[in-house]
Design a protein around this ligand. Structure first.
Ligand SMILES: [Zn+2]
Length: 502
């Protein structure tokens, strides 16, 4: 079996309060310096060799990020990479600045990275430092690379310099761990990550973190009547498909879940019988990103030891071709007894999720969040900068949108509901899997999924259009973004959803 354990190296974080002096600057190999839109001489005066830095800044071309980079004459020849940002910039802009500054400092010798923001009030400084720290923790994480020569580290430690008030970095570190795990899993080659060792990795994480673990294999899923998920799985030439259920219970072991996280884990999506053409199949090892985001979010919650009971469901299988693969016009029965007439085998995500949502909602969680790289139409509607959000509680739309703005993982809500199900009317089953006409497929897919939520549990569905963005997004430099971990942590920690409980 291939080793798929993620990089376990921890980047140490140090903080130095008060003014940045020459001595603390000498502790870092590179310094990311964040300045206001129009930095003043007073701002530069707060830094050692401020005159030199101001001279370097003055020469900068308009609108460039970084604005400048220059070496300081000290023991380490510290490279200072400077960037400017408006004090009222939103989180996405802050994260993006972080990504660009870290990238400009990369390629220098590995070592200690400093972060410093001058010319801002204490609260703004804290937000900026945390955003840039998030970018540094993402960049410092080693993604899968199976090269004959070892890949060198880029960042060994991070020093936050000139801090007005000690920053609480626990949340940023937990979110980074979750995001890094999500990107690690999504980037793994599909011959490394198969359905069996994905479940095994979840089992070893469960052991390490004290989570309850259960693996539902094909036989158990047959007993539970998960015919929609199994229709997708039947094209595999082995019976490795499974659903993993993890439970985090900081209190009573048998507590009802406050939150359930559900993820689409199609570890390779060929499209099935309706085979994808090359250009659309190329990156389909990333079609399990939803499950990786669910697991990453679950890890972040556990790392922070949040006092809520959380379940996590990973629906893990492949969508392959073959004599046993499902096909158009097959009629299958999901775990809640509802029947689906297959239209297009590449719409497998909703089949896998339908059963996972039935099982998750039967435990009556306070709310369900699901994550899936589900539809091309969501990307056509939003590009890959935003993800689509859908819910069976439309009164949550303003909160869900605000969560995107606050977290820097931006979403846009779409409507769902019974009226859209008119497009999925079937003569032989309860519903069509998708519409042969294909318009608004992201809305139809979410409307279909709503039919598989039992007990009227509040439910939020993220169609991860922003899961794969060439050149990275926000604080993330890699093409797979792990979008959703920060978002959900903000939904839990900053919004009304759980405020009463925390
Ligand atoms: Zn597909």
């Amino acid at each position: 079996m291939q080793n798929i354990q993620p990089d376990a190296r921890d980047i140490r974080i140090y903080q130095k309060l008060g003014r940045v002096d020459a001595k603390s600057l000498e502790t870092v190999d590179q310094l990311l310096l964040i300045l206001p839109g129009k930095p003043s001489r007073t701002d530069f005066g707060k830094l050692p060799q401020g005159t030199k830095l101001q001279a370097a800044y003055r020469k900068h071309p308009d609108g460039a990020t970084p604005a400048f980079s220059t070496s300081i004459q000290n023991k380490k020849q510290t490279l200072v990479v400077g960037g400017t940002i408006a004090a009222d910039a939103d989180t996405f802009e802050q994260l993006t600045l972080g990504r660009k500054l870290v990238a400009a400092a990369a390629g220098q010798k590995a070592g200690s990275l400093g972060i410093c923001a001058v010319g801002f009030d204490t609260a703004t400084q804290a937000g900026l430092m945390q955003s840039v720290l998030a970018a540094a923790l993402a960049a410092g994480f080693r993604l899968p690379a199976y090269k004959s020569k070892p890949v060198p580290d880029t960042i060994k430690s991070i020093r936050l310099l000139g801090v007005d008030e000690k920053l609480d970095t626990a949340r940023i570190e937990a979110e980074a761990k979750g995001n890094n795990l999500a990107r690690w899993l999504t980037t793994l080659p599909p011959n490394y990550l198969d359905a069996n060792n994905y479940a095994d990795l979840a089992r070893s994480l469960a052991k390490e973190h004290g989570w309850q673990f259960k693996r539902l294999g094909v036989k158990e899923l047959e007993k539970l009547g998960c015919g929609a998920f199994l229709a997708v799985a039947q094209g595999n030439d082995n019976d490795s498909a499974n659903m993993v259920r993890l439970r985090y219970r900081p209190g009573a072991k048998d507590a009802t879940p406050d939150l359930s996280l559900v993820g689409k884990g199609i570890i390779f999506d060929t499209g099935g019988t309706n085979l994808k053409p090359f250009e659309f199949m190329l990156d389909m090892h990333g079609d399990m990103q939803g499950s990786a985001v669910a697991l990453g979010t679950f890890l972040a919650i556990s790392e922070m030891r949040l006092p809520i009971a959380v379940d996590c469901w990973l629906a893990i299988t492949e969508n392959r071709t073959g004599p046993n693969a499902y096909k158009s016009q097959d009629v299958v029965t999901a775990a809640n007894g509802k029947t689906i007439q297959t239209v297009h085998t590449d719409a497998e995500g909703r089949m896998a999720l339908a059963d996972a949502l039935v099982l998750a909602s039967r435990d009556k969680p306070g709310i369900i969040f699901d994550y899936a790289t589900l539809t091309g139409s969501c990307i056509r509607a939003l590009t890959t900068r935003y993800s689509g959000v859908f819910t069976n509680r439309s009164e949550l739309h303003p909160d869900l949108k605000r969560t995107g703005r606050n977290s820097g993982e931006r979403v846009w809500p779409f409507p769902i509901g019974k009226e859209f199900m008119d497009d999925l009317k079937s003569d032989t089953a309860d519903f069509l899997q998708c519409s042969p006409k294909g318009s608004g497929d992201h809305i139809l897919a979410a409307s279909l999924l709503a039919e598989f939520i039992e007990n009227d549990v509040p439910w939020v569905h993220l169609d991860l259009a922003a899961g794969d963005n060439e050149g990275g997004l926000g604080h993330i430099a890699s093409k797979f973004t792990g979008f959703g971990v920060r978002y959900t942590m903000s939904a839990i920690l900053d919004e009304n959803l759980f405020r009463a409980r925390l």
